[in-house]
Design a protein. Sequence first.
Length: 341
Amino acid sequence: MSRRLPVYVLLDCSESMIGPGIEGLGSAVKAMLRELRRNPQALETVWLSFVTFDSEARQVMPLTPVADVQIPSLQVRPGTSLGGALRLTIESIRKEVKCTTVTEKGDFRPLIFLITDGQPTDEWRSVIKELDTGTKTRPANIYAIGCGADVDLAQLGEITDIVLQLDKVNADGFAKLFVWLSASVHSASTGVADADPSALLDKLPTDITKVDLKKVPAHDGRSRQIFLQVHCSQKRGVYLMRYRLDEKSGRYRAVASHPLATVAGETAKEFRLPPVNSLLLEGVEACPYCSNDSGANCGACNSLFCISSRNLSSPSVCPSCGDSRDYGESAEGFMVNQSTG
Ligand SMILES: [Zn+2]
Ligand SMILES: [Zn+2]
C-alpha cells in the first residue's frame, strides 16, 4: 500500500456559524470531495476524517479513503469546544496514523485544518501545552482558518504559526476555501508539506490571507465578540444577536441577529459564560422573526426577549416565563447572560 496522507478537518458548528450559513460549509465540503476524487494521486493517497465541535467535540467520521467518504451532516449547537476537538484529533492521530519505523515507511505527516469563527468556550491552552512538551515535533501540521473579521486571531496564533483568515464568510467564501484546501491536499499528497508546512500557502486565493501574527496584538483577555440569545415575543423563535468589540471605546456594538434553529429540548442551554453588563452593549439589531427593534431583559427569569420601542408604555410579556411588566428606557446597567456562540 502506498503512503497515506491523513487529513483531519475540524469544523466549528457552534451557533455563531449560522450567520455565514452552515449550508455554505456543507456544500463546500461536497465540492472538495468531488475535486479530490477527480485526482488519481489524491484518490490513492488522501484519507479524510471530520471532527465537528460545538458544546462537545465528535469525530463524525474516522480516517477514511477519499473514495469512501460520506458527507457529514452538520448541525448547529451552542458552544465552541475547541480544546475538546484538538484533544480528540490528537488521540485519533495516535490511533489511526502509521508512524515510520526502521523497517517501514509510515504515513505522511497528518494535516489538521481547523475552521472556526468563534472564541473557544472550553479550556484549550492545556491541550496545546501538552502537544508541545515531551515530544520534539508535533504529530501534525496545523492550519487554522479564522472565518470572518471578528475571529480572535491572537488565540489562533497560540495554536499554530499558520493562521489564515477568510474575509468573506458566505457560500462563495467557503467554496474558495475548500478549493484551496483540495489543491493543498493534492500537493501535500506528493509529500511536499512533510518538509515545509508553508509550502501549501503558495496558491492562496484572493479572499484568504495569511495572517502576519507579529502584527496581531497579544490577547488582552477581552472577547472579540459577544453573543446574546434572545426569544421572540411574537413568534416563539429564538435568535442570536452578535456584538462586535469596538477597540477604542471598549464597548460592543450590535452587528447582526440570526435566527436559531431550535432543537427540541436544547434551547436556552446552561450559560457558562459570565454575564455581561448591558452598559457595555451598544444598540440592538431587529428581531429576525417579527422585526421588533428593541430588547428587554426579563425581570423575573432573566432571559432576553424582543420588544418594540413604540410599545414601551404598555406592559410586555416575557415569552419564556409569562411575566408581565413595563420596560421603559433604563439608564442603569443590568447584567445579561451571554450565549456561548
Ligand atoms: Zn420578535
Ligand atoms: Zn421571563
